[in-house]
Design a protein around this ligand. Sequence first.
Ligand code: 4AD
Ligand code: MG
Length: 428
Amino acid sequence: MNINNLKDKIGQTVTLGAWIANKRSSGKIAFFQLRYGAGFVQAVALKETLGEEKYQELRHLTQETSIKVTGVVKENERELTGVELEISEFEVISIATDYPITPKEHGVEFLADNRHLWIRSKKQHAILTIRNQIIKSTYDFYEKEGFLKLDPPILTSSAPEGTTELFHTQYFDEEAYLSQSGQLYMEACAMSFGKVYSFGPTFRAEKSKTRRHLIEFWMIEPEMAFCNHAESLEVQERYVNYLINDVLAKNETELKILDRDIEALKAATGEFPRIKYKDAISLLKENGFDDIEYGDDFGSPHETFIANSYNKPVFITHWPKNIKPFYMKEDPEEKGTVLCADLIAPEGYGEIIGGSQREDNYDILLNNIKEHSLNIEAYQWYLDLRKYGSVEHSGFGLGLERTVAWITGNGHVRETIPFPRLLNRLTP
Ligand code: 4AD
Ligand code: MG
């Protein structure tokens, strides 16, 4: 019943459990778009084969009615899937009445209110299928590179990425936060297992209503002991290349459904340029951006401009120390900057990775914690990592939804996760 690829079944008779996504018919022949779980397929019904009564019953079934259909899989090169199903028998499971999402255009708010149904549509199905591939490719990549996957806690007492965007919650008598990043825990894991990564949900109470911000998003966070910043950039480059190549190889149908510019994706592979923050600022200033000074963070117009100057993801390195988190290591060669990089995706999809070499000196780290007015008690265990066999180490975090948005060519992160959590949206 569960068939993953109908192309493997050409010439065979199959039975599918499916829903009617769309249909058109005449007196003699009816065409259906069926969603059968793994994908969509065109099914053809002929009056001649089914007989008048059955044919009329089938052709009048409503959108999203569930059925079981039996038929022969035939080659059809005009279909994206390369096949179609010629229906010989069917059984109606449940009739759907007045399905709210019709083939006509709907407003985004309406679709978002109906997200539990919207995920059935062809485009959403394709995006979420690619999300699944990116997750699978992530596991494959880190397995091949010899990393161990470990899971940091979601309920935490520390705040790696600044204290303003925390979700507060009660942990019995104590105050707790939902995790913004598993990084600090992954640093502890790296001191035991060498190369580790986490992959889990993270939470940011960001009051940003942009196409790149979710309140709840998933992050992949590798952490590597005995690894400097330059070596970490190489891992990032290999990882992102691996993701693109895997999606290009395995999601041809979905990329076509999404009308993704394949050439742009292919062009984004290979070596990624590395530019310094200060040079990025100069580039912006030379091009008429008067709203940015050395020491400012980039807004999305800045990121988009820099990205458009290249056709590949770009690493922006050497950020000023005072606008980055407390755990980043200062560059001994360029004081006042830290050994970190943001990876900006091409085509205006924004920052997909933030990473750095971590401060490994106990005294400097303690001082950074004090300077950032963080609660030293809560970071005592983290400081321990610098007391017992401290080593050079680096890591990074890749935001899954932004990466899916870029690879699928979808402008808004709300369509890259089944049930997005956005500012002012907790339902469905
Ligand atoms: O740059 P960020 O904040 O870095 C960290 O959290 C580090 N602790 C990671 C590490 O070194 N282990 O976040 C990393 C990535 C961003 O580049 C972006 O892709 C994604 O997480 N991200 C978001 N994605 C969707 N919505 C948001 N609100 C996001 N905030 C960050
Ligand atoms: Mg960042």
